[in-house]
Design a protein around this ligand. Structure first.
Ligand code: GAL
Length: 276
């Protein structure tokens, strides 16, 4: 929003019952802790009791002018397979619970959100005991799933991060191997609901020890950069898990992901370079 970027994520200080923290930055290097936006035992009576939150994702709804969080709303043994929705007038909260449950009655686990250029929003999650991906189109207020499309049928994918670049949708996803990293795969389509290409490898064998979280678009005066954001879980333990950002590159019109230990981004100009 403006020059500010917001990040929310799991505060795993108490490993199994994350609160949700909010951070802001203007350059992806210096981060400011804005506070806890969802708290165990406070935001919802079952949070920290029968339920925990994983993969919280934040959207701004330009129509309602509200901030909406969708997340994985789960029991300790992953048997609940539900989603949770929270909303606030302000990015830093307080957030109140809108709804929790299975979207359109579907068992739903690992998840993400995607907001298209036209403001149409989707919740996308691993459904049916980690078998398929469910693409759930949301109502205009982003409160409910209104339509379900099955993607990657039977392919056991999770952690799907989608971007709409030019006339193409790109989705980077992972296999279901818990906290261990695996080969990330890319699929593309001209239509978000159908016609997705077969999965192809992207990045190295273990996605540089990450699992896809988001693909960000940084538009500057000289160029546009797409940034891959991945979760590096268990580094070395759950509370110390990290977020890794890498510049997305293009080779012969194909999206590729290379590893750089250190790289520098100029947010204003929209250019980046490897840092020596
Ligand atoms: C990961 C997933 C996490 C969490 C974990 C549990 O693959 O991305 O959100 O569910 O599995 O093992």
């Amino acid at each position: 929003m403006g020059n500010k970027w917001y990040l929310i994520g799991e505060d795993r200080a108490r490993s199994w019952n994350p609160d949700v923290n909010l951070y802001s930055t203007e350059d992806f290097v210096h981060w400011h802790f804005e506070g806890k936006i969802i708290k165990n035992h406070e935001t919802h009576p079952e949070l920290g009791k029968s339920r925990m939150i994983e993969r919280p994702k934040l959207m701004y709804n330009a129509k309602t002018k509200k901030f909406v969080v969708w997340c994985h709303w789960e029991a300790r043994d992953y048997s609940a397979s539900e989603a949770g929705v929270f909303e606030s007038d302000n990015v830093a909260g307080p957030y109140t619970c809108v709804w929790t449950g299975r979207p359109l009655g579907t068992k739903s686990r690992d998840c993400n959100i995607f907001v298209d250029n036209d403001g149409e929003a989707y919740f996308i999650s691993t459904t049916d005991e980690n078998t398929n991906l469910g693409l759930f189109q949301l109502s205009p207020d982003y409160h409910n799933a209104v339509e379900k499309t099955v993607l990657c049928k039977g392919q056991r994918r999770e952690a799907p991060a989608i971007a709409h670049i030019g006339d193409t949708y790109y989705m980077i996803s992972s296999a279901c191997t818990g906290w261990d990293p695996n080969q990330a795969k890319l699929a593309t389509s001209k239509n978000i609901k159908e016609g997705w290409s077969p999965l192809e490898n992207i990045g190295d064998r273990i996605a540089y020890d990450t699992q896809a979280s988001s693909i960000l678009k940084v538009e500057g005066t000289e160029g546009t950069i797409y940034v891959y954001v991945g979760d590096r879980w268990m580094d070395p333990n759950l509370p110390q898990s990290k977020i890794i950002m890498l510049p997305i590159e293009w080779e012969d019109g194909k999206m590729v992901l290379n590893y750089y230990d250190s790289w520098q981004i100029d947010m204003k100009r929209g250019v980046w370079r490897v840092k020596k």
